[in-house]
Design a protein around this ligand. Structure first.
Ligand code: 26Q
Length: 810
């Protein structure tokens, strides 16, 4: 770093911000003022770095990455940016010097919750890693006024509250009104033929303006910066009564309404597609603004778009930004006047697609009528892409072949976004080894046979600076002491050297002590926030993630009920004390998921108030699980529940955060769990349940959940309690029906009953192991040491090597 700051300099800068922006001295300032002032100080430093970075990238004419995602789940930035800029220590001292507590100032920052879960958090980790690796990259998304809802639990049920993050969060943003783009919706296309060249004209459309609000991203120990460009929606015309007679008045009202609603709120559906017109408008809005902005800058620098693919790679985060394909075509055809083949060739060398899910209900299939009405020119282009692709497929496979129908881009009145991406992108990747294999041999098997080289794997990773060094300072200190320096921050592979201490009794003891201290700190936080007293002598057994049936929180609950029933019946039931912690948001429209939240709370009420469970069994539902809560929880966790039905979880990234913080995993061979298992071996992880292949076979031969129920007295006992109801008077016979008889759909779709026995046995192994603290800590250390491969730096290097063909900092 060229410039470092001392405490007194930072204090001066903060005082200046307080005075100029809020007209206050430090004595008059609130914690919130202080938080905003600190953010502004760092933003100035980063802006200066950003101007320098921009100049260098332009001069070097380097190839750039554009990472398009409907979600960036950034969380908080103040402590993170200070850490990366190397000013955390002096900034904390300055805050203290000005009479504030740094911890309280950091807590005053709201999470930037511009995402649902895994896919959004991944984008945030990758932006950090790309910056640290000095790759010229820009993230693009929407500046949602309301991020993911805040969750409250009232009488055991989820209630959603609006998340107004911008109040403090906008201290990080800088508006660039001069870089505004115009986005056109609706209307229709008039063809103008010049000889045999068509010049389509878009008429009668409604405009929305896209205004950039840029968030500068700091990398660790580098002056390189990148930008997250969040597009805000504005109306182009003020509503003016004097326009009434000209017929322009209604148009203006329409434009204003259209503009105001587009950037209003993030759709809270995770892994679930709903064909809402507003969602499609959001997608086109941010994609069109982004492509216009990139091509405008490119044209200004090079005077042509003919070399566009040599200077840019566009990575799309699932199919949500798939409209880049027809939008880039539109610009090359209609604005540059290129012919179809040249335009198509540029697009095909520029765009790469990452798939994040194999769940059928998450695949985007837009009704073609909606498409045609909302985006008439884009619809024309997609139709032509689809027509040519289909012709190609028919030439290859023959007409009427089932494969042509399966691979079609437009079929049965719907536009299939995944097929559009497969046709147009030069690379398609899955997010874990298992998931990438499933894409090749199952979901996209036809396309794989056609173009096998297009299919790649890049296993997900996490920002280990945030999730280890910053979130778990005690563990960070121990790691640095063992390794001799902080080198692992830039070279995660150095974590492997920790293994030299696998049999060092004093290191193992300290590891145990750190976990105990982190548990105590977390328990204190929960007590202040919610009044719940956690038993810190018991093992912290944690499942935190979005609530989804395939993730099987319900399997965890069935097992807890099993423990409870046995403990009540037999006071001598041999049992290792546990605290079961849950955290999960349910999509507001996902009724079954909400029922499962309610069940967890009913079980918690029952168990926690039963004297038979005192000091042995406790259940807690943590309200409003989010990035900043995860940062407190991961360091305190001992057992990580990763229990999805094999083949369903594309990767998982929470699993990696737990591992890096020394929790042991109980899990199925799903997603990245498979690679975690490969890293640590059978002895250092608790694997149970069906494999992905086993699941397929069982489905083929016929899966009968009721057989498992009939043959297992424990399952019968558990279901009886669910039917009879809990201490709070709630019963869950709807969930029982879903498991045993199906309730209109196949019974137990996610095969909980098939995996129950094996899960129970794995938990017994967990308990036995936990009794031997030294053994447990040794396993924990091995997990930490071998978590190096799950650093986002490794993932980003993989993207750079395999897909982007770009150099990076060594
Ligand atoms: C699509 C259309 C309309 C409305 C919403 C959506 C939508 C929104 C979010 C569809 C899917 C998502 C989110 C998917 C997601 O988070 N997938 C997760 O991605 C992680 C990062 O790769 C993986 O680790 C997880 O396994 C995967 O579930």
């Amino acid at each position: 770093m060229a410039e470092t700051y001392r405490k007194d300099q930072i204090a001066q800068l903060i005082l200046g911000k307080l005075q100029r922006n809020f007209g206050r001295t430090a004595e008059q300032a609130t914690t919130r003022h202080m938080c905003k002032a600190c953010a502004m100080v760092l933003r100035d430093i980063m802006n200066a770095n950003n101007i320098a970075t921009d100049r260098l990238v332009q001069l070097g004419q380097q190839r750039q990455v554009h990472y398009l995602s409907m979600e960036f789940l950034m969380g908080r930035s103040l402590e993170k940016n200070a850490f990366n800029l190397g000013v955390l220590k002096p900034m904390k001292e300055a805050i203290r010097f000005l009479g504030f507590d740094p911890g309280e100032v950091f807590e005053a920052e709201p999470d930037a919750g511009l995402g649902n879960g895994g896919l959004g958090r991944l984008a945030a980790c990758y932006l950090e890693a790309m910056t640290t690796l000095e790759i010229p990259a820009t993230g693009y998304s929407i500046c949602y006024e309301l991020g993911i809802f805040k969750q409250k639990i009232v009488d055991g049920q989820q209630v959603e509250l609006a998340d107004n993050w911008l109040d403090v969060g906008d201290s990080w943003l800088i508006s660039k009104p001069d870089e505004v783009e115009e986005i056109k919706f609706g209307g229709h296309i008039v063809d103008h033929w010049e000889g045999n060249v068509n010049r389509p004209e878009h008429v009668g459309y409604t405009s929305v303006l896209a205004v950039p609000r840029d968030m500068v991203i700091a990398g660790y120990n580098t002056e390189h910066t990148n930008v997250l460009r969040l597009w805000d929606a504005k109306s182009p015309t003020p509503v003016d009564m004097s326009l009434y007679s000209s017929g322009e008045y209604l148009k203006a009202v329409e434009q204003q309404a259209m503009a105001e609603v587009i950037a209003k709120v993030l759709y809270p559906d995770d892994n679930h597609y709903e064909g809402k017109s507003l969602r499609l408008r959001q997608q086109y809005f941010f994609v069109s603004a982004t492509i216009q902005s990139i091509t405008r800058k490119h044209r200004a620098q090079y005077g042509t778009l003919r070399n566009f693919h040599q200077k840019h790679v566009i990575q799309i985060n699932d199919t949500h930004p798939a409209l880049v394909v027809p939008e880039l075509m539109r610009i090359l055809l209609d604005e540059e006047g290129y012919d179809w083949d040249e335009a198509w060739s540029i697009v095909r060398q520029t765009v790469a697609y990452t798939n994040h899910t194999v769940l059928a209900e998450a695949l985007e299939r837009w009704p073609q009528d909606l498409f045609a009405t909302l985006l008439p020119r884009i619809w024309d282009i997609v139709r032509e892409i689809a027509r040519r692709y289909q012709e190609e497929l028919e030439n290859h496979f023959g007409q009427g072949d089932g494969r042509v129908a399966r691979m079609a881009i437009i079929w049965d009145g719907e536009v299939r976004m995944a097929n559009l991406c497969i046709a147009a992108c030069y690379a398609v990747n899955g997010v874990s080894a298992l998931h990438s294999e499933i894409l090749k041999h199952d979901v996209f098997a036809d396309a794989y046979r056609l173009e096998p080289d297009k299919f790649k794997n890049v296993t997900n990773g996490i920002d280990h600076r945030r999730w280890l060094a910053e979130a778990n300072p005690r563990l960070h200190a121990l790691v640095c002491e063992c390794l001799g320096d902080e080198g692992y921050l830039l070279h995660a592979d150095k974590l492997r050297e920790l293994e030299k201490f696998a049999d060092d009794a004093s290191v193992l003891e300290r590891l145990g002590k750190i976990k105990a201290e982190n548990k105590a700190e977390f328990a204190k936080y929960i007590e202040t926030e919610s009044g719940i007293l956690l038993n810190t002598d018991a093992m912290f057994d944690v499942q935190v993630k979005r609530l989804h049936e395939y993730k099987r929180q319900l399997l965890n609950v069935l097992h807890i009920i099993y423990l409870y029933l046995h403990m009540k019946e037999d006071p001598h039931f041999d049992f290792q004390p546990r605290v079961f912690l849950f955290g999960a948001k349910a999509a507001p429209g996902y009724a079954v998921a909400k029922r499962i939240i309610s069940l967890i709370n009913s079980v918690a009420t029952t168990v926690n108030n039963d004297p038979a469970c005192k000091d042995r069994l406790q259940v807690a539902f943590l309200e409003n699980y989010r990035v900043s809560l995860a940062e407190k929880l991961m360091p305190a966790s001992e057992l990580s529940e990763q229990i999805s039905l094999a083949g369903k979880e594309a990767s998982g990234t929470g699993n990696m955060k737990f591992m890096m913080n020394g929790a042991l995993t109980i899990g199925t061979l799903d997603g990245a769990n498979v690679e975690m298992h490969e890293q640590v071996g059978d002895d250092n992880i608790f694997i149970f349940g069906l494999t992905a292949r086993g699941v397929s076979k069982l489905r083929e031969t016929g899966y009968y959940a009721s057989d498992y129920y009939m043959n297992d007295p424990d399952l019968k006992w558990i279901m009886k309690l669910l039917n009879d109801g809990f201490a709070d008077g709630q019963n869950y016979n709807d969930l029982v029906r879903r498991l045993i008889s199906g309730d209109g759909c196949p019974a137990d779709e996610y095969m909980l009953l098939a995996d129950f026995e094996s899960y129970k046995v794995a938990h017994q192994r967990v308990s036995e192991t936990y009794r031997d603290a030294k053994k447990w800590n040794r396993m924990s250390l091995i997990n930490i040491a071998r978590s190096n491969v799950f650093s986002a730096d490794r993932s980003v290097r993989d993207y750079a090597d395999i897909i982007w063909d770009l150099p990076y900092r060594k």
